[in-house]
Design a protein around this ligand. Structure first.
Ligand code: PMP
Length: 404
């Protein structure tokens, strides 16, 4: 296990004070803080390598290109992809999901065809499919969850019909922390001849991911949730699928040859990367992945799971506090409401104590509806959080309760 005290020194923002109190940052599912090495990688690239990639014969351009392509190989290794051709750089999970909805929709879906989602999807994995519904008349089917926030696999299987074309499911719920059995879902879907898209926004930052072991056909994640910079994300897609799908956007970089009559497209992965890529972001993302692997993803998981269990225990003992998401396989998120206190008031008052939590619908309004609430308070953990911070949260909630 790594030393929390040492690790926290890598993240300068964690020693900030908010309203004169030490910052307790528990909004990591929204975005993580950045270690020095990542910010330094950005600075290093802008100060000493910066040049546009893939185009120049000159030294800097070639060096920047090498860093960008090295980063692609680093991502492939991080998630167990067979080849860097299966790694598409995007702006983040949202863009990756939109890319699949657009390109898969174009190539493989027509009116009446169905996509299977779950009740616990983030809006990013709902709205692009609704847009496809509006454009092409596809149908969205939704697999339900139980009261503990566990996906009903039998109900999911019953949703398969002759018109099913894709299953798109989050790996970990950003509200409930439920870890969905994506291996089993993939085996089930493949038995029906159907590909699977896994939204890995909340899994990739927390435990080892191997797309080959999962067997999924697509996987998405965001750099900023895994200690990397904002504005860069990843779409993993099996080469066989990516080869079949049309480009998402047109422009420079993604073409092989252009005339006014006809354009031919580049090979993978460039076919899906129109325009100048975020080559600084990719290099910094690679640095973040190195940071995570240096600490060890198994250690990170063990630490975060311990914090989550501890938080469930501590918060669960507070009278009037209702926890949401009690799956056995639960990752680093704890969502709750306290009787008689509006979630927004609770979040605002905790902020006054220096405690940063998320409040509201968490971009998962259908899930809020499932639990009959308008919003929840959410604390989410990262590799640098401590038990003392969980104590601060519990004491903060008690303090707010006494005010009401
Ligand atoms: N899916 C899930 C499960 C998420 O938690 C998030 C971010 N909250 C997203 C998708 C969207 O990620 P981004 O905003 O980085 O595109």
């Amino acid at each position: 296990m790594y030393s929390l005290e040492e690790v926290r020194k890598d993240f300068p923002i964690l020693s900030r004070e908010i309203y004169g109190r030490p910052l307790v940052y528990l909004d990591n599912a929204a975005t993580t803080q950045k270690p020095r090495e990542v910010v330094e990688a950005i600075e290093r690239e802008y100060y000493s390598v910066n040049a546009n990639v893939h185009r120049g014969v000159h030294f800097l351009s070639q060096q920047a290109t090498e860093l960008h392509e090295q980063a692609r190989r680093r991502v492939a290794r991080f998630i167990g992809a067979r080849s860097e051709r299966e790694i598409i750089f995007t702006r983040g999970t949202t863009e990756s999901l939109n890319l699949v909805a657009f390109s898969f929709g174009e190539a493989c879906m027509s009116e009446g065809d169905e996509v299977i989602l779950t009740t616990m999807e983030h809006h990013s994995n709902i709205v692009p499919w609704q847009m496809l519904h509006d454009r092409r008349g596809i149908v969205i089917r939704v697999a339900p969850i139980d009261e503990r926030g566990v996906l009903d696999l039998e109900a999911l299987e019953r949703l398969f019909t002759g018109r099913t074309r894709l299953v798109a499911v989050t790996h970990v719920s950003n509200v409930l922390g439920t870890v969905n059995p994506v291996e089993a879902i993939t085996t089930m879907a493949h038995a029906h001849g159907i590909p699977v898209l896994v939204d890995g926004a909340q899994s990739v930052p927390h435990f080892p991911i191997d797309v080959e072991a999962i067997g999924c056909d697509f996987l998405t994640f965001s750099g900023h949730k895994v200690y990397g910079p904002t504005g860069i994300g990843v779409l993993y897609g099996r080469e066989e699928w990516l080869d079949r799908l049309p480009p998402y956007q047109g422009g420079g970089e993604m073409i092989s040859h252009v005339s006014f009559e006809r354009t031919t497209y580049e090979q993978l992965p460039y076919k899906f990367e129109a325009g100048t890529p975020d080559y600084v972001g990719s290099a910094a993302l690679a640095q973040a992945l190195d940071y995570v692997d240096d600490l060890g993803r198994d250690c990170i998981r063990a630490h975060e799971r311990d914090l989550t269990r501890y938080a469930m225990e501590r918060l669960g003992a507070i009278p009037g506090l209702h926890l949401y998401g009690e799956a056995e396989d639960k990752d680093a998120v704890v969502a709750f409401n306290v009787e008689g206190i509006h979630h927004l008031d609770l979040g605002t008052l905790l902020d006054r104590l220096g405690i940063a939590v998320r409040t509201g619908h968490h971009c998962a309004q259908p899930l809020m509806e499932r639990f009959g609430v308008e919003g929840m308070v959410r604390a989410s953990f990262a590799l640098y959080n401590t038990r003392a911070e969980v104590d601060a949260l519990a004491e903060g909630i008690e303090r707010v309760r006494r005010m009401f």
